[in-house]
Design a protein around this ligand. Structure first.
Ligand code: IPE
Ligand code: IPE
Ligand code: MG
Length: 249
């Protein structure tokens, strides 16, 4: 395996797994065939990230906007998701992976939601990698639901408006307790974030590859991580401050 430096490993990798449809169209297959191969690639990436020692892997599997796709495609995606959870659930539990979800899980068909909840429950004490599945997820909705909860807590007197700060607010998001993504990988070349983790990606490093998701390999993952490791994350500081470790705070 190719060498990557372990000390600058991204703690949290988020992936927009895009391009299943285009992959299928290129082969004159139906879009569902692309999703099927895409799921296999998701399994590979989960395994690779766990082996590398990544702490959190967030996979954007289904957006709120994806509900507007043809019903037949949605149905097929839900069936594939259920099958994936059935087959991989056991392995996740054995491999010390904790399954977490972000998004409106209650929008999912009940049978899918049930398998999801079952795997989450069975893996809840696992201490290895967190597999964070974004399902029926929308970044704007994430913020709105957080605002609603916080407003409720202010009304009930649990917290005061002046106590609201970035750290407190983060705890009301779906990603509560998880670090922000260090690296975002988007496959298929699109230069947009498609309503993904809007708040959480304030300082995430973005890596876009033209590789279509069903063609994504471990080498592509390693390439993305290597690219990330060559970057200088400045968080608003000057290069000099980064190099000397001196900031005025
Ligand atoms: C990503 O692939 C999978 C989901 C959004 C569920 P797409 O289905 O968006 O593939 P393209 O963008 O049409 O190629
Ligand atoms: C983003 O891909 C959502 C997922 C990968 C699940 P889309 O294919 O839905 O994004 P757009 O429509 O190209 O922005
Ligand atoms: Mg797409």
């Amino acid at each position: 395996m190719e060498q990557i430096s372990k000390d600058k490993l991204p703690r949290h990798i988020a992936i927009i797994m895009d391009g299943n449809g285009r992959w299928a169209e290129k082969r004159s297959l139906n879009r569902i065939a692309g999703h099927r191969t895409g799921i296999k690639k998701a399994k590979d990436v989960i395994r690779s990230c766990r082996e590398l020692g990544v702490q959190v892997l967030t996979l954007y599997a289904f957006s709120t906007e994806n509900w507007k796709r043809p019903e037949i495609e949605i149905k097929a995606l839900m069936t594939l998701l259920k099958r994936f959870l059935r087959a991989e659930g056991k392995e996740m539990i054995q491999n010390n992976i904790r399954l977490n979800t972000i998004g409106n899980i209650n929008d999912l068909p009940t049978d899918v939601a049930e398998v999801l909840k079952e795997v989450m429950l069975k893996s809840k004490n696992n201490t290895g990698m967190v597999l964070n599945a974004a399902l029926s997820y929308s970044g704007r909705n994430d913020i709105i639901q957080a605002v609603k909860k916080i407003a409720g807590h202010v009304q009930q007197g649990k917290i005061t408006a002046t106590q609201i700060n970035e750290e407190v607010f983060s705890r009301y998001l779906f990603t509560s307790g998880l670090p922000d993504p260090d690296l975002l990988i988007r496959t298929s070349g699109e230069l947009r974030i498609s309503n993904f983790l809007l708040w959480q990606m304030a300082y995430t490093e973005i890596y876009v590859t033209d590789v279509l998701w069903p063609d994504f390999t471990k080498k592509d993952l390693i390439d993305a991580i290597k690219d990330y490791q060559r970057r200088e994350r400045r968080f608003g500081l000057t290069q000099h401050q980064i190099k000397t470790g001196s900031s005025s705070t």
